[in-house]
Ligand binder design. Structure first.
Ligand SMILES: [Zn+2]
Length: 298
């Protein structure tokens, strides 16, 4: 197993980033990750306003995958996610979907105990660790780790967790996989602008699918297939996620187009991943059980 430490982190996903390691398809990698504040907020006295924007959303890596070329797809199977014993949340006026109703900046420390996030003395929430940032290098531009896109990035999708596989387009030789921004638990929308932000470790198995690529990242969970698309507003993101699902299913099953559209209307689910990042993220899902007779593979 390859271990990538959290000092080896980037704040932008870029075709110019140099790999910190090279692995082969089929290899197992453990990424040690900082939280999205680069582990700078440790107590409720440490406020978001006191940390620099330059150190928001580190992603550990990037790791080059030998043989990966533009036009391929990197399959990242998430074998395990371990999180630390304490997570952190911030609430900041004018930030997030509810920032307009806030007048003070606060930090909330959320202890993790026996698999639960201790929110207060009356509410504990079972943790469900997930990866906020996971991506390859974009084709040309530098994209801050806090922004999602076709390369993945800050998709903040709570289903990107143990047992799922993320299929990411490869735009540069080596693919350049990086990840970070773990959340011990997060709701769809991520409305305050954060989940329970937490350092941790992610173990993944990487594989390469040669000469095949979808327009947007694809997520395979034990129960469903999803397309994940991001755009400036939810309408555009929904449109992209829907069209990506039409492409994905259309290429793999012999539906008439009108039937495919009908199927998505009765058995597909359009879901919001997050509404608080520079681009918003929507996913379109179809249960594997519904399409089981088509034996779908990426
Ligand atoms: Zn986060």
């Amino acid at each position: 197993m390859h271990i990538i430490n959290d000092e080896q982190a980037v704040y932008v996903l870029s075709p110019k980033n140099q790999p910190v390691a090279e692995v082969k398809p089929g290899d197992v990698i453990k990424f040690i990750t900082m939280d999205c504040f680069s582990n700078q907020i440790k107590t409720e006295r440490d406020l978001f306003s006191s940390i620099g924007w330059a150190t928001i959303n580190p992603a550990t890596g990037p790791v080059a995958i030998a043989g990966a070329e533009p036009g391929d797809t990197l399959a990242v199977k998430i074998d395990d996610i371990q999180v630390a014993e304490q997570g952190v949340m911030v609430t900041v006026p004018e930030m997030g979907a509810l920032g307009k109703i806030l007048s003070t900046t606060e930090t909330k420390i959320v202890p993790i105990k026996d698999g639960k996030a201790i929110f207060n003395d009356k509410i504990t929430i079972p943790i469900d660790p997930m990866i906020g940032v996971i991506g390859t290098a974009p084709e040309k531009e530098d994209i801050p780790c806090g922004t999602p896109g076709r390369h993945g990035g800050n998709m903040d999708t709570k289903l990107i967790k143990k047992g799922s596989t993320v299929y990411l387009p490869v735009f540069v030789p080596g693919a350049m996989l990086a990840m970070g921004d773990l959340h011990a638990v997060m709701g769809d929308g991520e409305v305050s602008i954060c989940g329970v932000e937490i350092p941790g470790q992610v173990t993944v198995t990487v594989d390469l699918i040669k000469g095949k690529q979808e327009m947007w990242p694809i997520l395979e969970t034990p129960l469903a297939w999803y397309t994940i698309a991001s755009a400036e507003d939810l309408d555009q993101a929904a449109d992209s996620a829907l069209n990506a699902m039409v492409d994905f299913l259309g290429k793999r099953a012999d539906f008439k187009l009108n039937d495919l559209v009908s199927l998505l209307s009765i058995a597909g689910n359009l879901e919001i991943s997050q509404v608080v990042d520079p681009l918003k993220t929507v996913r379109m899902g179809i249960a594997k059980e519904i399409v089981q007779n088509y034996n779908l593979k990426f």
